[in-house]
Design a protein around this ligand. Structure first.
Ligand SMILES: Cc1cc2nc3c(=O)[nH]c(=O)nc-3n(C[C@H](O)[C@H](O)[C@H](O)COP(=O)(O)O)c2cc1C
Length: 305
């Protein structure tokens, strides 16, 4: 059976629904010999800030049952180095590039976008709103609907490119924050980012991570991510969603599409196996063929009750 894997996130066409998630695929070129980025639905860059950042002290990664906790601390090369050193090659390879943006102030988000606007080859911006807002006492931008809407609206006004907002699963009112992002001008929502978590070394009687807490990812969070995609899809059925959280197989992708996502991102599975995203896209095709699905978009929002 011939299966079409083509999908859309809003008006953006993807050759298949499987993208690489931010923070697990570098700047799109770091894993080329294992996974040619042009064969994925798209690549989301590591979060970019106006200036390079060194990130948190180590240890900043710990494996847990069914996942990992990271506290990388948004280490990155800075937007200028990305535009200069990575973007031209990504353009040459025809990679669908989504730039993940973060900042500790609204102005910092705008600075990243403004710099990127000078270059071609960016399909969308994805705002990471799980970052602490230093002008609001360190509360995450994505935690408060009003703060989120004002950030998204300012970013919206600074670009005509597509704007995705990546929701935090730690925010208290998921649908309210989803609606605030859309009201601010988001074209699509990515969900979810990592969940705040902690690991303890009982012998040393210390937290394992230097920063005490970090973000949990991997299969442990998949059921939570599915519930959140389903909830937002039912509340805002017209809004394109990108599902993220613990995806390890083609069948996992099918589950996210059925919950209402138009595409997905794979994170932790790539950390374990750099070929994972390609393998998962192949498995999705096989799943569709085995279950009589000729066009993968038939699955989107296809739960029967
Ligand atoms: C090592 C690591 C670094 C990450 N860095 C970022 C980042 O810079 N920006 C962002 O929005 N999400 C970041 N994430 C979150 C992932 O993009 C993804 O939302 C999350 O890990 C859940 O997906 P998964 O279970 O497939 O890993 C990072 C995750 C990991 C594991």
């Amino acid at each position: 059976m011939n299966v079409s894997l083509r999908t859309h996130v809003g008006d953006l066409a993807l050759q298949n629904p499987v993208m690489a998630a931010s923070g697990t695929f570098g700047y799109g070129l770091d894993l080329v010999e294992f996974c040619p980025p042009e064969r994925l639905g798209g690549v989301v860059t590591k979060g970019l800030s106006p200036k390079p950042r060194r990130g948190n002290p180590t240890p900043r990664i710990v494996e847990t049952a069914a996942g990992m906790i990271n506290a990388i601390g948004l280490q990155n090369i800075g937007v200028e180095a990305f535009c200069r050193d990575a973007l031209p090659e990504l353009r040459r390879r025809n990679v669908l590039v989504v730039v993940n943006v973060f900042g500790e102030t609204q102005d910092a988000y705008l600075e990243v976008i403004t710099r990127c606007e000078r270059d071609e080859g960016i399909a969308a911006y994805e705002l990471n709103v799980s970052c602490p807002n230093v002008t609001a006492g360190g509360m995450e931008f994505g935690h408060d609907a009003g703060t989120l809407m004002s950030l998204v609206a300012r970013c919206r006004a600074s670009t005509s490119r597509r704007l995705w907002v990546k929701l935090s699963p730690n925010a208290p009112y998921l649908v309210d924050t989803a609606r605030a992002a859309v009201d601010g001008g988001a074209d699509a929502l990515s969900l979810i980012n990592t969940l705040r978590a902690m690991a303890i070394d009982a012998v040393a009687r210390r937290p394992v991570l230097a920063t005490r807490c970090g973000g949990l990812s991997g299969p442990a969070i998949k059921p939570i991510a599915l519930r959140m995609v389903d909830e937002v899809h039912r509340a805002l059925p017209a809004v394109p969603l990108v599902g993220i959280g613990g995806i390890e197989s083609g069948r996992d992708v099918a589950e996210f599409l059925l919950a209402g996502a138009s595409a997905v991102q794979v994170g932790t599975a790539i950390v374990r196996d750099p070929t994972a995203a390609l393998r998962i896209a192949g498995e999705l095709e096989a799943f569709c063929a085995a279950h009589g699905v000729a066009d993968v978009t038939e699955l989107i929002g296809g739960l029967t009750c």
